[in-house]
Write a protein that binds this ligand. Sequence first.
Ligand code: I3S
Length: 128
Amino acid sequence: CPSSPKHPSTPSEKCGVLNVTKITEHGKKVRKNWASTWTVLQGSSLLFAKGQGSGTSWFGGSQSKPEFTVDLRGGSIEWASKEKSSKKHVIELKTRVGTELLIQSEIDSVINDWYRALSETINTHAWE
Ligand code: I3S
C-alpha cells in the first residue's frame, strides 16, 4: 500500500476496496449508506475515502485528504448478525467513541484477512 501524506514515513499495513456504511454515530443510529470505499489500515487508524472505485491513486494522488478516519484503539469487532445486515461477510466495528460501522466484501478471503488485521490492530493497541 502507498503511505498517506500525513504519515509519509509510515507505510500502511493494508489497503483495498471494501463496502462500508456507518450505522451509528456517537451512539446515535444513522441511516445506512453502503459505499464502495478505498480503505487503509495504518497504525491504529482506519482511513476511508469514498468514490475511489478500484483505483489505488488516493495516497500520493490528487485526493490527499481521507474522507473519514476511525481510531481503532479501544474498539472492538465481531461478525455482524443477520439483523444488522442481509449481506454476507459483514464485519461490525465499534469504536470507543460510539461510532459503529459495517464493513463488507463479497470475497471471503478478503474479508477474513481484514478481520484478522483489524483484530490484531485492536489487540496490539488496546492499552495505549
Ligand atoms: O438495515 P436496513 O435498513 O435493512 O438496511 C438496508 C437499507 O439501508 C437499504 O437502503 P434504503 O432502505 O435506505 O433504500 C440498503 O439498500 C440495504 O443495502 C440495507 O440493507 P443491507 O441488509 O444490505 O445491509
